[in-house]
Write a protein that binds this ligand. Structure first.
Ligand code: NAD
Length: 366
């Protein structure tokens, strides 16, 4: 049993991961290089964490915020027995963080990475003890989405077991991926939907796409999702994924140009108040479209990607369904979608859209 944990990065994900660990009874040292980020996290833990936990069905333990210590120096992690990193998605930065961690941690301490588009192997490549790094990937919002994906091709069994034990201690049933791959399971499913939506933008406006998506049961439309994570973050993720997947998740050239221009103009999505849609705080203001778009190509791209996950040996179909259900808060998974619409009609949609656009996302694999 361990009692002391650490989290590096006090942003959107790190503050929730720290909150989950503290609520499970662990002492947590939360490290960030930015004092303001630590102050904001402390404020969030003191004022909002109990309500967020309760809203997600957690029993709130006695004042979880009291178990969190805030630090700007990595020395604060010296006695940690398990650490999660949640710093921005840049390989050079994550490797620097691993070097800083190795300088202070005992050699057998396991480090989880919350990366969405890199691999534990890449991130650990320059470490002395690279087999201590495992994927420990949450969905956003981490408190509310019941997902932790665990993987690590080079990780020791002990490291994978330690990560599993911690995930279970915070009341998650972790999903163990059979192989590590850029973007894991959930982020690849999500990337396929978002990418297909950008191809559909050639024929429809954002509201027509997103309203159609929510009408068939998506929690949020794919373009609202891009707004939510930020156009800058989304495009950086696509560029990271291109190293492994080529242009599979790339928008069409003219839409990419528009999205790059939106980023340059500061139209980043929710965080700047405007992206594909206008935002009022947390609320995405989607106008009523004249005609909702036919989004079967987006569903077909999702099912296609689910088949790729199975073929790549990441998970079996039941697990892929579970990943989307739990991580995307969806009632159904991609293979349920296939059953609803039929494999043959979905494959025909992919073939038609692939002929029309040449987009890799529509190239059928089933
Ligand atoms: P964020 O930008 O909200 O927070 C990152 C924090 O890391 C910032 O507070 C920053 O000051 C801090 N930081 C930067 N350099 C640091 C360093 N050297 N040492 C310590 N702290 C440092 O980012 P986020 O959205 O929380 O994402 C963090 C990670 O989680 C990324 O790998 C991302 O891919 C992954 N992730 C994000 C989401 C999402 O939807 N936001 C979902 C799943 C996974």
């Amino acid at each position: 049993m361990i009692s002391k944990t650490g989290v590096v990065g006090a942003g959107l994900m790190g503050r929730d991961i720290a909150g989950l660990l503290a609520n499970a009874g662990y002492a947590v040292t939360l490290v960030d290089v930015d004092d303001d980020a630590l102050d904001a996290a402390r404020h969030y833990h003191e004022r909002k964490l109990p309500d967020e936990l309760q809203a997600s069905g957690y029993t709130v333990s006695d004042r979880p915020a009291d178990r969190i210590t805030y630090a700007t120096e990595y020395e604060g992690l010296a006695d940690a027995e398990f650490v999660v990193e949640a710093v921005p998605e840049r390989l050079d930065l994550k490797r620097d963080v691993m070097a800083s961690l190795e300088a202070v941690l005992d050699s057998d301490v396991v480090v989880g990475t919350n990366t969405s588009s890199l691999t534990p192997g890449d991130i650990a490549a320059e470490m002395n003890h690279r087999d201590r790094v495992v994927l420990f990937h949450f969905a956003n919002p981490a408190i509310h989405r019941d997902l932790v994906e665990i993987a690590g091709d080079d990780a020791t069994d002990r490291a994978l077991e330690r990560a599993t034990e911690i995930a279970e201690a915070i009341d998650r049933e972790p999903i163990r991926l059979r192989r590590e791959y850029r973007a894991n399971g959930l982020s690849r499913l999500s990337a396929s939907i978002k990418c297909a939506a950008t191809w559909e933008l050639l024929d429809a406006d954002p509201a027509a796409i997103d309203v159609a998506a929510t009408r068939i049961g998506f929690d949020r439309g794919p373009l609202e999702l891009i707004d939510l994570i930020g156009l800058d973050v989304h495009l950086a993720t696509i560029d990271n994924l291109a190293v492994t997947y080529g242009d599979r998740y790339e928008p069409p050239a003219e839409i990419r140009e528009q999205m790059d221009a939106m980023v340059s103009d500061g139209r980043l999505g929710q965080k700047s108040g405007e992206g594909f849609f206008e935002w009022d705080g947390d609320e995405c203001l989607i106008p009523e479209p004249e005609d909702p778009h036919d989004i079967q190509p987006i569903l077909a791209a999702l099912v296609n990607e689910a088949h790729r996950l199975v073929t790549d040996g990441i998970a079996d179909p039941e697990t892929v369904d579970e990943i989307l259900q739990r991580g995307g808060d969806s009632e159904i998974g991609p293979f349920d979608v296939e059953e609803m619409f039929g494999a043959e009609p979905l494959r025909e949609v992919l073939e038609r859209r692939h002929d029309e656009t040449g987009a890799a996302i529509y190239e059928p694999v089933f």
